[in-house]
Design a protein around this ligand. Structure first.
Ligand SMILES: Nc1ncnc2c1ncn2[C@@H]1O[C@H](COP(=O)(O)OP(=O)(O)OP(=O)(O)O)[C@@H](O)[C@H]1O
Ligand SMILES: [Mg+2]
Length: 361
C-alpha cells in the first residue's frame, strides 16, 4: 500500500470549505502508517464539529471500501487554508499562502487592535501566522505586543536576513523593533516604501498560512507599494459605524479595487457599548458596517464593541486571545478569525481561473 494510493483516495474526498478535494486544495498535512493503521492529518478552515465528525466518518468508510488492507483509520483535523492562486506565482514570500492587508481609510478606527488580536486568535486556532507592521511612520505593534527586543540577523545564501520576533505564536516585524523608543521616523515616502519591501524580501518568514499587514491610515504610498509588490490575497477593511468613517472606508475599498485587490470583508469596530446589565448603546450609530457590506456585496466579519478590556490589552501589550482562556471581550476576535479563514478559502476557490499575472519584485 503506497502513499500514492492513499492520496488517490483522498483526491476523491471533498474538503468542506474550499470546493475542492483535499489533494488539490493542498490540505494534507501528514500521512503516516503504523502497521495496518493509517493516521491522517488533514487541514481545513472548517470549525463546526458536526461537519468534521461526519467528514471523519466518511473518510474512514471510504478507506475501508477502497483499501481493505487498512484495518484502522485515524483522522486528525488541524487548522489550514488554501493558497491564493497568484501567490503561487510570486517569487516574494515563497512560503506564504495568503497575504492580507488590515486597512481603513481613516485613522484611529482600530486597525492595529484588530490586526493584533486577529493574528493571535488565528495562531491560537492553529494557523501559522505572521504580522508586518506596515505603519512605518507610526508603528503600534511593538507596544501592542509588549515587545522591546530586536530581531536577529542570519545569513542565507551569503545575504543578511532578519529573523522576525515571535510572540503568542505570531511571527512579527515592525520598524519599531529597529528604532530607539520615543523617536519619530522622519522619512520620505520612497524610504518608507523601501522599508516595507525589505520586510517582505529580507525577512525569513518561512511557511505561513497568513501574513497580515497592519496598514497605516489612508490611501497613499504604502498601500500602493504593498499592492504592487505582492499579489495580496485581499484586504480586510476596518471601520467604525458613523458616516464619516464609512466614507473613508469606501475610499479604501475603491482604492484596493483599482489595484485589483478584493476586499474580503469588513470589521465594524466600536459598534456599541454594552453596560453591566447587558444593555447596548450604539454610540456611533447602528449598522453602518452592514450597510457598507450590502452596498458592495461583501461579508461583515464581525462587530467589535467598545470595551475597556480591549483598550487595556492594547496598552499592556497582551492581546486578549493570548490569555489561556480568552476573556469575554476577546472572543469576538476568535469569531472573526474563523470567518476570515473560511472567507479566504472561498475566495481562493473562486479565483482559480484568474489570468496569469507575473509580479516582479
Ligand atoms: N473596540 C475597542 N474598544 C476599546 N478601545 C478600542 C477599541 N478598538 C480600538 N481601541 C483603542 O483605540 C485606540 C486606537 O486604536 P488603534 O491604534 O487600533 O487604531 P488604528 O486604526 O490602528 O489607528 P492608526 O490609524 O493611528 O494606525 C487604541 O488606544 C485602542 O486600544
Ligand atoms: Mg494603527
Amino acid at each position: 500500500m503506497t502513499e500514492e494510493k492513499i492520496k488517490e483516495v483522498l483526491s476523491g474526498i471533498m474538503e468542506p470549505v474550499s470546493n475542492s478535494d483535499f489533494v488539490s486544495a493542498g490540505l494534507i498535512r501528514n500521512i503516516s502508517l503504523n502497521g495496518k493503521k493509517l493516521i491522517l492529518e488533514l487541514a481545513t478552515p472548517e470549525t463546526d464539529s458536526n461537519v468534521l465528525v461526519t467528514l471523519g466518518v466518511n473518510i474512514k468508510n471510504t478507506f475501508k471500501e477502497k483499501i481493505p488492507e487498512i484495518s484502522e483509520v485515524a483522522v486528525n483535523f488541524t487548522a489550514g487554508v488554501t493558497e491564493h492562486i497568484n501567490s503561487k506565482k510570486s517569487s516574494v514570500l515563497p512560503g506564504v499562502k495568503n497575504t492580507i492587508a488590515i486597512a481603513s481609510g481613516k485613522g484611529g478606527v482600530g486597525k492595529s487592535t484588530v490586526a493584533v488580536n486577529l493574528a493571535v486568535a488565528l495562531a491560537k486556532m492553529g494557523y501559522r501566522v505572521g504580522l508586518i507592521d506596515a505603519d512605518i511612520y507610526g508603528p503600534s505593534i511593538p507596544l501592542m505586543f509588549g515587545i522591546k527586543d530586536k530581531p536577529g540577523v542570519t545569513q542565507i545564501d551569503g545575504k543578511n536576513k532578519l529573523v522576525p520576533l515571535e510572540k503568542y505564536g505570531v511571527k512579527i516585524m515592525s520598524i519599531g523593533f529597529l528604532m530607539e523608543e520615543n523617536t519619530a521616523v522622519v522619512w520620505r515616502g520612497p524610504m518608507a516604501s523601501s522599508a516595507l519591501k525589505q520586510f517582505m524580501g529580507d525577512v525569513v518568514w518561512g511557511d505561513l498560512d497568513f501574513l497580515l499587514f497592519d496598514m497605516p491610515p489612508g490611501t497613499g504610498d504604502i498601500q500602493l507599494t504593498l499592492s504592487q509588490t505582492i499579489p495580496l490575497t485581499g484586504a480586510v477593511i476596518v471601520t467604525t459605524p458613523q458616516e464619516i468613517s464609512l466614507a473613508d472606508a469606501r475610499k479604501g475599498y475603491i482604492m484596493f479595487e483599482k489595484v485589483s485587490v478584493p476586499t474580503i470583508g469588513i470589521v465594524e469596530n466600536m459598534s456599541y457599548y454594552e453596560d453591566q446589565g447587558g444593555k447596548r448603546e450604539y454610540i456611533f450609530g447602528k449598522g453602518g458596517g452592514m450597510k457598507m457590506c450590502n452596498e458592495f456585496g461583501i461579508e461583515l466579519l464581525g462587530e467589535v464593541p467598545v470595551n475597556s478590556d480591549i483598550r487595556k490589552s492594547g496598552d499592556e501589550g497582551i492581546p486578549l486571545p493570548a490569555e489561556k482562556t480568552t476573556p469575554e471581550a476577546g472572543k469576538i476576535f476568535e469569531e472573526i478569525a474563523g470567518k476570515l479563514a473560511k472567507a479566504v478559502t472561498k475566495f481562493n476557490a473562486s479565483r482559480v481561473t484568474e489570468p496569469d499575472t507575473v509580479i516582479e519584485f
